[in-house]
Every structure is written in C-alpha cells, then in structure tokens.
Design a protein around this ligand. Structure first.
Ligand code: COA
Length: 254
C-alpha cells in the first residue's frame, strides 16, 4: 500500500480506480482504511477512490489526535501533499465528524460530502470509556460486537472489525472516542451547502438514525438513505447498497 509523508509522518493509504473525480474516505474510531475495503473494490470504476489510515492508525505513523479538528487538519494536509484538489469526502462515524469539520472549514475544496453512520454531536456512553480503559478487549467487544452491528450480521464481519480495533493502540482508540465525545456542530449543520449523501442503518445503536435525519432536515442539498437490518458498520454490512448509493450520488455531481 502506498505511503505518503505528511508533515514528516508516514501516512498509509489505499487507492483504486482513476479518472478526474477523487473520492477520499475517512475511517472511524480505532479503525483503519480497511473499513472501506468493499468501497475500494466496488467504486474503482466510478472514481479515483482513496482511503487513508489516520495518524496513529493502521499502518500510518504518528500518534492519534485528541480533537476532531486536528484530524480535519491531518486530512487536509494529506490531500495537499498528494496534490488532490477538489474531492468528494466521505466519512464513517468519527470519520464523518472529520468530514463535517472539513466541510465547514474548506467548503470550496469539496464537490460532495458523504456521511455514513455518523452525527453532528457524538456523545459517548461512559460505559464505553470504562471498559476500554479497564479491559481494552472487552471495550472493543462492547463497541463492535454488542453495539456495532445489526442482529442478523454474520459473525465474520464482527470479528474483522473487532480485530482492526484490537490492533489499534488503546490510547489511540480512547483518544478517538474522547474527540467524538466533545464534538458538537449541531448549531452549524445548516451552513453546509455542498451536496450531501447521508447513509445510516436502521439498527445503528452507536449513531442512531435520528442523528442522520437531523442532517437531512438541515442540509439543503442532501439525500437520506436508511438501510434496514443494518447497524453502525453500514459500509461493511451493506457494501453493495452503499456502493450503489455512492455511484448514483457521484453521477449527480457536476
Ligand atoms: N443528532 C441529532 N440529535 C442528537 C444528536 C445528533 N448527533 N446527538 C444527540 N442528540 C439528541 C439526543 O437524541 C437527545 O434528544 P432527546 O433529549 O430528545 O432524547 C439530546 O440530543 C441530548 O442527547 P445527548 O447529547 O446524547 O445526551 P444524553 O445525556 O441524552 O445521552 C448518551 C448521552 C451517551 C447516553 C447518548 O449520547 C448515547 O446513547 N449515545 C450513543 C452511544 C454512543 O456512545 N455512541 C458513540 C458515538 S461515537
């Protein structure tokens, strides 16, 4: 996988496809670019698709950040260093918060915004912090196995997502959840004018559909898709539906 030096830190990323349209995808708390593996496979014909490991995650170097805005800056620096101009930016969960912060700071750099299983405010259950801090594997099991997926999701998907979080240093994952816990742009969502696709799972317990409806009601050029029998890891649970929605969305952009 290619590595780009960004401010002296090696940032790992996966890229697929080509063409003039770039889609950049940002993972969630304790995650990695692997959370977009099915989109990298399925969207290569539709766009030059790039998924990065945020600092401190996956195979990237450096440390995790403590604020969403610091991750927003890391993504901006990454895009700058690759010379990627205007992009469609997508994010899952904490990655969605990063994409939202980016949309507020650099609206001119976005052709579109894709929000997957995320929210404008991301308060975190105290129990998640307690378990991640006292027994990291149990904390990961709570987030991924107990709360992350729809009831009917095959165990293999849960195992894969849990393995990624277990492979992330506990302090990085805990820092991510702390960054989410203080993230709140509820009163700024209406400022977002870029075309936006909002996708969530009906059974999402970490960022319930209410959070996505909030976007759809306030972002003028938005489309909301709520997927049945789907939890928080929407893009892993329903890759074909998510890819089809993203392709249709990309086709509507100028
Ligand atoms: N979009 C729309 N509405 C939101 C929202 C969002 N992103 N975030 C919160 N709200 C709403 C809540 O639904 C609630 O509405 P209500 O008063 O009508 O019930 C209100 O704003 C206040 O909610 P919140 O700020 O979350 O505080 P709380 O003390 O009610 O609940 C938690 C705190 C942690 C229990 C709750 O946020 C939760 O269950 N979170 C989901 C689980 C989790 O930990 N997710 C991790 C996300 S990274």
């Amino acid at each position: 996988m290619p590595v780009q030096s960004v401010d002296g830190i090696p940032i790992n990323y996966v890229a697929a496809g080509g063409g003039t349209r770039t889609l950049c995808l940002v993972h969630g708390s304790g995650g990695s670019a692997l959370s977009w593996i099915r989109q990298l496979e399925g969207l290569a014909e539709a766009a030059h698709t790039v998924a990065l490991d945020l600092p401190g995650h996956g195979d990237s170097g450096g440390d995790g950040r403590r604020k969403i805005d610091d991750y927003r800056l890391a993504v901006w620096n990454f895009l700058e260093s690759l010379g990627l101009g205007r992009v469609v930016l997508g994010g899952h969960s904490m990655g969605g918060a990063v994409a939202l912060a980016f949309a507020l700071s650099h609206p001119d750099r976005l052709a579109g915004l894709i929000l997957v299983g995320t929210g404008a405010r991301l308060r975190v259950l105290p129990r998640i912090f307690e378990l991640l801090e006292s027994s990291y594997p149990e904390g990961c099991a709570l987030v991924v196995d107990d709360m992350g997926f729809a009831r009917a999701t095959p165990q293999g998907l849960r195992d894969g997502a849990r393995a990624v979080m277990l492979g992330t240093r506990p302090q990085v994952t805990i820092g991510d959840f702390r960054a989410c816990d203080v993230f709140d742009i509820m009163d700024r969502v209406e400022e977002i004018r870029v075309p936006t696709l909002v996708i969530c799972g009906r059974e999402d317990r970490l960022t319930p559909p209410k959070y996505s409806r909030f976007f759809a009601n306030r972002i003028p050029r938005s489309r909301l898709v709520v997927l049945e029998e789907t939890g928080h890891y929407v893009q892993l649970e329903q890759p074909d539906r998510v890819n089809a929605e993203i392709k249709s969305f990309l086709a509507t952009l100028p």
